[in-house]
Ligand binder design. Structure first.
Ligand SMILES: Cc1ncc(COP(=O)(O)O)c(C=O)c1O
Length: 297
């Protein structure tokens, strides 16, 4: 499937209330979302035919749009139902779900007060975000040149397409140097997140993770914090300086696409793939597939 371009996959896309053939789900070149990044999206995963935390994702999509100054013209319930119906129509058990909302092409220019708000949902099979062999050994991250912006500069709690410009630049630069991804610092120089996932560190059996005050407080991040606390692991959310990475034992990323991914290196800092990260990776796998986890007991 890697060789098939995304605009040529099979099936249907839900677009503005209807299921349209994959190849027909098009936008005009004068779409405001394309020119001015007036677009918000979600990334969700289905496991065994069920979309994990679907309602939380759809609520975040609505909130992301509100932060960008527009209202999604479909209720959370309607979009949840559309995701569930599309998953069944695509016939997938395990899949990636991508809802997106954007300002249309009725007006051109920075101001787009009366542009239609469009919504689409696409679902495809996306098994592993990072190379599975690399994931077992722990992936290698570079430290990005660009930083996550001050929340007074951009609405950082919105999963807004515009905020991903920094992520794509950083990820491409890291890949060009042979790394899998990049760790971004924030505008103050503190550790922030990877280009599509949050970051955790382990020291003396405790978890340390940056306070999400200028980047996405990921749904996977919150899930993993809950799983850690269920195990009696202390979780410390705080400002983390890059130099502190020298003293951490383990590191892992969390995200819907990345799931729980061990990290072996960030720039000059090295980590082991250890027992805490591995236990939480297994707990997360059980949480997303509750039926399978119960059957294995
Ligand atoms: C930049 C960024 N940070 C964090 C996350 C993790 O968010 P979530 O766990 O809700 O997928 C993502 C993934 O969507 C992301 O793209």
């Amino acid at each position: 499937m890697a060789s098939v371009p995304f605009d040529q996959l099979d099936g249907y896309i839900w677009m503005n209330g209807e299921f349209v053939k994959w190849a027909d789900a098009k936008v005009h070149v004068l779409t405001h979302g394309l020119h001015y990044a007036s677009s918000v999206f979600e990334g969700e995963r289905a496991y065994g035919g069920e979309i994990f935390k679907l309602n939380e994702h759809t609520e975040r999509l609505h909130e992301s749009a509100r932060l960008l100054g527009f209202t999604i013209p479909y209720s959370v319930e309607t979009l949840n139902r559309a995701c569930i119906d599309l998953l069944a129509r695509q016939g997938f058990e395990d899949a990636y779900v991508r809802p997106i909302a954007w300002r249309g092409s009725e007006m051109m220019g920075v101001s787009a007060q009366s542009n239609r708000i469009n919504v689409a949902i696409a679902i495809w099979q996306w098994p592993s975000y990072f190379d599975p062999a690399q994931k077992l050994k722990g992936i290698r991250l570079d430290i990005a040149e660009f930083r996550r912006p001050d929340p007074r500069t951009a609405p950082s709690r919105s999963k807004a397409a515009g905020l991903y410009m920094i992520c794509t630049l950083s990820k491409h630069a890291a890949e060009d140097k042979g790394y899998s991804d990049a760790l971004m610092l924030d505008w103050r120089g503190q550790v922030a997140e990877a280009t599509g996932a949050n970051v955790f560190f382990v020291k003396d059996g405790k978890l340390h993770t940056p306070t999400p005050d200028c980047f996405l407080d990921g749904i996977t991040r919150r899930t993993v914090i809950g799983l850690a606390r269920d195990r009696g692991i202390e979780v410390i959310e705080r400002a983390i300086l890059p130099e502190e990475m020298a003293g951490f034992d383990e590191c892992f990323l969390t995200g819907t696409a990345a799931e729980v991914t061990p990290v072996s290196e960030i720039g000059p800092y090295k980590f082991t793939v250890g027992s805490v990260g591995t236990a939480l990776m297994n707990d997360y796998n059980n949480a997303v597939r509750p039926k399978q986890a119960i059957a294995a007991e």
